[in-house]
Design a protein around this ligand. Sequence first.
Ligand SMILES: [Zn+2]
Length: 570
Amino acid sequence: MKYIVSYQNPNNHYIDIEFIIDKIDTNTIEVQLPAWRPGRYELGNFAKNIQKWDAFNANGKKLNSKKVKKDAWRIETKNTAQVHIKYNYFSNEINAGSSYLDDKQLYINGVNCFLYLKDRQDEACELELQIPKNYTIATGLNKKSKNKFTTKDFHELVDCPLIASNSLKHHTFNESKVKFHIWFQGECKPDFKKLEVDFKKFIKQQVKAFGGFPVSEYHFLFQILPHRTYHGVEHSNSTVISLGPSYDIMRTEGWYNELLGVSSHELYHTWNVKQIRPIEMLPYDYSQENYTELGYLDEGVTTYFGDKFLLTSKVFDWTQYSKTFNQLLERHFNNFGVNNYSVAQSSFDTWLDGYVKGAPGRKGSIYTEGALIAFMTDIFILQNTNNKKSLNDVMKILYNDYAKKGKGVSDKGYKSVIEKVSGASYSNIYKNYLHGTKDYSSILKASLKYIGCDLEVRAADNFNESWLGFKVRYENGQCKVDNIFPQSLAEKSGLSINDEIIAINGCKVSGDIELWCNYYKDSEIALSVKRELGTITKVIFKKSKKAIGFSSYKIVKKNENENYKQWLKV
Ligand SMILES: [Zn+2]
């Protein structure tokens, strides 16, 4: 299998791809374009970016072909041993999992744009890039010669994104016998010295936790954008992280902690999901949905450990770490969907709307719920083993006894390993919290107490949140209702999620509804709101003696007890 990538005019964002298939001995073949990409468990429908598509034999004669599915083509190959498919791909989206072309860079996630044959995915692949001479290529791909790469199969080809440019910034260092590369593309001023110091710390901890790293070289590929963005995608020997704005990524009081957070998270994926894989995704079937309930393991455990290793490696102090934990708490307690869908069901449904808010009160987040339940599971194991074992021992077993032996992990398999390590029944957490929607605040509080921490709950600062029961977001200069607390005044008064608030008691609102609500807290409040259909309605809040609304959540370390020290141990 060979792929040749070139382009004519970088500013029309079309890349040209030639896919050469040989050793054909059938009358027809069917080629497929991936419908989704690992790391984002929803359909991507990448075929919408293909403008031109034709198949030829080795002599350049056009072959009969027909599109048979939204992303599959059948080609007549009678008496034809070799087929050249020439197509183009519109590459004008830039995030951690997309493809992009302009006059400064060629950025490819092969899973967006490389065709494959379902029954020949295990064959070796070759990739050739026809790019400007002065371009450098940042990638985890195995280099054969300048601009030419080989992979052992299609899976490896599409698991190695690449950035080719003459403006890449590059730094390497060794840690735990592994060579690490940090690449930056886009306007930015990376402080490599600072990055190396921090990265070495959390890498060392993670490698120690698993007792080894799955690959001998690893690449962090940063796509830095001028606007605010935060997105990472994991791969076997690399990650793409898209962050912005440029001026904020190295500032501790800006996005630097987010840069560390997402980098630690993506590195943990090198084991958890790239090696330790849900059984339903081994191997990946790129042509359709790969349903799994294990999002709480893939993303939840990764979120939990990604942050925890920043604390144990002292990259984050307690204040910085607790901020990440508090964020999880806020997200959990303010999402009423957790009472409706379990985290396992929410994982199954990422294929529908896992990455957007979706219908209010419908589902939970595999990241948030998964991470908090991972924390409770960690404490559950510590408690049952006199602090001798932890969730890390479970992950080590999944890596050594499952991943390294080519075995996928099932939902029940995960439970049985936890029970083996803890010597106790995990049924309560499994049944009620992973697969059920029972309120887990009391077990969460008890788990925090175990390591000397309290869960502090206070009424939210703003009157509109704590007393009236609604939160807002500001987008495109509009003030929109983002969330409504059940049974609150806001709900009773008939306010709707997504209502645009235009005025309060006749005064125009412009990015300051919270201040206005605080100002009017002793009077009756009338909000003028604009609805989806353009109608303008008045929502009147009668004065109330009792507040039913949002709270704020915080963990507070009361004492550094022995359990806390054991919890931190790697
Ligand atoms: Zn992740």
